[in-house]
Design a protein around this ligand. Sequence first.
Ligand code: ADP
Length: 482
Amino acid sequence: MTSPLILIAFPQSSERVIFERALRSAGYQVALAETGSEAEKIFQESIPSLVLLHASFEKNGLDFVAALLERFPTMPVVLYEEAEKLASYRRALQTGISGYLFPPLRIEDLQQTIERSLQRARRLGDWLRHEVKRTTASLEKRIELSEAERRRYEIVFASIKDGVILIDTSGKILMINPAAQRIFGITQAQAEGKLLLEVIQHPDLRDLMVRSGEKHLSYHEINFADGRVYHAQITPLPNIGQAITLQDITYLKEIDRMKNDFVNTISHDLRSPLTAVLGYTELIERVGPLNDQQRIFLGRIRTSVENITALVNDLLDLNRLEAGFDTRRERVHLDVLLSYSLDLLRPLIDQKGLQLEVKIASPLPALRGNPLRLRQMLENLIGNAIKYTPSGGRIEISLYPQDSQIVFKISDTGPGIPPEEQSRIFEKFYRASNVTAESSGFGLGLAIVKSIVENHQGRVWVESALGKGTTFYVVLPAERQP
Ligand code: ADP
């Protein structure tokens, strides 16, 4: 072990010679500095174990000590002053020196002070090393723990049965779990770090990404040619990007298809007997006189049969729409269709004493569509507004272009739809709890509206507040300018 190096920062003086000798003879290495820059040079070569400093070194020795301790907080510094001064001793203590010497001074006193200071510094050094080791060990343990945690998350991520893809804010794939790799038939190596839409060129996925910012996108399907269907959801991850989850709903779609087939068959089979019943209710009066009671009963039979026939027709209609039979496309002016629909429904509006306001922006672009279906869509929505708005209420309809789309908006001052039911009203047969017993309907109108709108590559959604009213929005793509 090399002996400790002691820097004597003293102006030239007889004491310096004595101190140097005494320290060397006690076995220390000694370096001498007369000025601050000389001391700095020594520090650059090797850091001394202790500094013995004259109180007037560099004019004010304590300033030098303060700067030194700022850089080397554990450095032991012994201050020598030519006469004992209480004030400077006090300041020296506050600065953080470890020894204070003044004449008359015996060589042993000097050596003892130096040795004691060195010992204290050694103990401090040992303690520091020990603490650093302890902290490092606990840090290593923590890193080990978080490594185990990371592995645990990886296992969870890999074993989720649903497909999960994490992408960063620029659309690059951060992680893709095995389920998602299987869904799209790609490998991790093909995917990670690449742009999602370049690696997976699926039109439904592209559509999902394009529409991910939309407030009303709560449900999106990804369809494959082999019949698989996935429910896709996109969730923003703050500071990371987005997570896409894909849930296999092929079996639900199959059940839905079977249910539709069943309903379709029944509806078909019901049509002929219903027509017969209706026909006979008309004939019955012709073959002989009826009394009043019989006539009332017959009227009730007729109304009921007409209701069931309407239901059956709606069901068959919906089935045709869902099967994609709505392929007729021609140039359509929605404002013209709207005026026909209003002509048809105005008597009902007047009968109920409702106020109607219609705002149509002009010019309004045309669109490509099936005029009969689009009228059916308008009439279902206007019909609902009339049906659910109490007498004296108000209906506002507007039609305006927005970007390359046409917006149809209809607001009423009816009862509103409970928020928790708003996402369900477009389902078949769903009637919300706001309907009263006397309001007729089977809960098919909005399902038909949705099918028609989607067949026209449009969107429909509702905004409603209980007790205030309801607004339906339909957005349809305008005809492309040649
Ligand atoms: P329905 O034959 O019951 O009118 P729809 O499919 O047209 O069937 O509508 C589904 C449900 O949505 C209705 O039963 C009703 O609860 C609610 N609804 C639709 N339109 C309105 C509206 N304008 N105001 C309040 N509720 C409405």
